[in-house]
Design a protein around this ligand. Structure first.
Ligand code: ADP
Ligand code: MG
Length: 465
């Protein structure tokens, strides 16, 4: 199957070819015809499977017919973070270069005036994060009644970030006869409910990672004490054939310190976290993409879904608190057929967190043996957490509140800091908005029954090599 078989216009095919895509991914092959037939669609596929082009490409052809009207966007794409919104805009620019389409990007952290002006001139595609869109809507700067196509992208991330009530509010403002497309890596209960309420006779498509992807990410856990983490990271960065790496940390203070430390050690390193404004985040990402730096230290919110190709390594400097963050983090490597390696640092305090990751992914991550005395020596290594008696892990979870009472700066960051107050109380069905939690200790325990009922990420069953 190639792109021409999908009945896309010649102008579009040229742009796709220029972008270097030769073949549609499985999700694109299945989703594009549905979108073209104006069907509502639920498309479930793991991160990195090419969901963006599944809607961007057919939308470009659909929107080529018809004309813009002031303040009434013709289509709306909702994204959970500014970076993802910016990436979708880039996709429209890349594939829509032979079309006359006007885009507006409505995201927090940038001046509102220009965004409003773009809207006034009329846009074909409005790409927005829910918070900023709600702001403008409530100020009467925008009308959604002319919006005939709605895309809810990265729906499970929206849920994580507490955006479901906002999305419901927005859906109610759109015409009822619109076309709605929902994309997600997983389908937890609240997302199913949202789809039931706001999609009409949706076509369901679900795509597993291609079998070849099974060996695309070699995962390891590195048993290490907290004070040895930095040494071990430096050691691995120097010895594991790292060409490009993203180093994830759970806290933005760690992101900053780590980036500083690595720079002092002569690494070409950048950082990306929620305290940085949009411009500096994108600038840092551009340096990474252009290979001026090859190591990016990142927090989850800032890095979520970032479209960075060819990352050879992902380091989880901290074991993620949420197991699904693990899946998203390691999804930065081994994308689109490229091989990747993922290392997760596990301290004794991370016993519960890593157990949750392994429960979710359905596999025990092989322990990486650090050789020699360069990193952590044998004595430093901790026993594998899964061998710990149950009791102990219980106790750990009970002691969490104290342990995690960090200074304010150490809290998990929020996206969309421009939004002052939630408009509505979160629904009881929605998961607690993880990224807005006052403290990690108050989060629901990860991996509760019913929390993850999307496809078992089979691609995580990977080699130790
Ligand atoms: P998702 O939204 O499913 O996580 P993206 O749409 O961000 O995935 O795409 C992941 C990566 O795959 C991007 O780098 C994108 O450029 C690339 N990609 C998408 N479609 C194709 C294709 N047909 N051929 C090759 N690469 C592709
Ligand atoms: Mg995506």
């Amino acid at each position: 199957m190639n792109f021409a078989d999908l009945g896309l216009s010649d102008e579009l095919l040229q742009a796709v070819e220029a972008a270097g895509y030769t073949e549609p991914t499985p999700i694109q092959a299945q989703a594009i015809p549905q979108v073209q037939m104006m069907k509502d669609l639920i498309a479930v596929a793991q991160t990195g499977t090419g969901k963006t082009a599944s809607f961007v490409l057919p939308m470009i052809d659909i929107l080529a017919a018809g004309r813009r009207r002031a303040r009434m966007p013709r289509s709306l794409i909702l994204e959970p973070t500014r970076e993802l919104a910016a990436q979708v805009a880039e996709n429209f620019e890349k594939y829509g270069k032979n079309h006359d389409l006007k885009l507006a990007l409505l995201i927090g952290g940038v001046q509102m005036n220009e965004q409003v002006k773009a809207l006034d001139d009329g846009v074909d595609v409005l790409i927005a994060t829910p918070g900023r869109l709600m702001d403008l809507f409530e100020r009467g700067k925008i009308l959604l009644t002319g919006c005939e196509l709605l895309v809810i992208d990265e729906a499970d991330r929206m849920l994580d970030m507490g955006f479901i009530p906002d999305i419901e509010f927005i859906c109610e403002k759109l015409p009822a006869n619109r076309q709605t497309l929902l994309f997600s890596a997983t389908m937890p209960g609240p997302i199913k409910k949202l789809a039931d309420k706001f999609l009409t006779n949706p076509k369901h498509i679900e795509v597993a990672r291609p079998a070849t992807a099974n060996t695309d990410i070699a995962q390891h856990k590195v048993m290490v004490s907290a004070r040895k983490k930095r040494d071990v990271l430096r050691h691995l960065l120097r010895t594991d054939n790292v060409s490009t790496a993203i180093v994830f940390s759970n806290r933005k203070t760690t992101v900053r310190d780590l980036a500083k430390g690595l720079a002092r050690d002569g690494f070409k390193v950048g950082e990306i976290h929620g305290d940085m404004d949009q411009t500096s985040r994108l600038a840092e990402l551009a340096l990474f993409k252009s290979s001026e730096i090859n190591i990016l230290v990142a927090s989850d919110v800032a890095a979520r879904g970032l479209d960075v190709k060819g990352v050879s390594h992902v380091f989880n400097f901290d074991t993620p608190w949420h197991p699904d963050d693990y899946v998203h983090r390691i999804g930065r490597t081994g994308r689109a057929g490229a091989k990747g390696r993922a290392f997760t640092f596990v301290t004794p305090e991370d016993a519960e967190a890593i157990a949750n990751v392994e429960k979710l992914t359905g596999m025990a991550i092989p322990v990486f043996n650090l050789d020699g005395d360069d990193g952590a020596d044998e004595a430093e290594r901790e026993p594998a957490p899964e061998r710990k008696p149950r009791r102990e892990s219980r106790r750990r979870s009970e002691s969490k509140p104290k342990r995690e009472a960090e200074p304010a700066d150490d809290l998990p960051e929020e996206d969309e800091p421009v939004r002052e107050k939630p408009r509505r109380a979160p629904r009881s069905t929605a998961r607690k908005p993880a990224e807005r939690d006052p403290a990690p200790a108050e989060r629901e325990p990860a991996g509760e029954p019913g929390e993850w009922n999307g496809p078992v990420p089979g691609f995580l069953g990977v080699s130790a090599g």
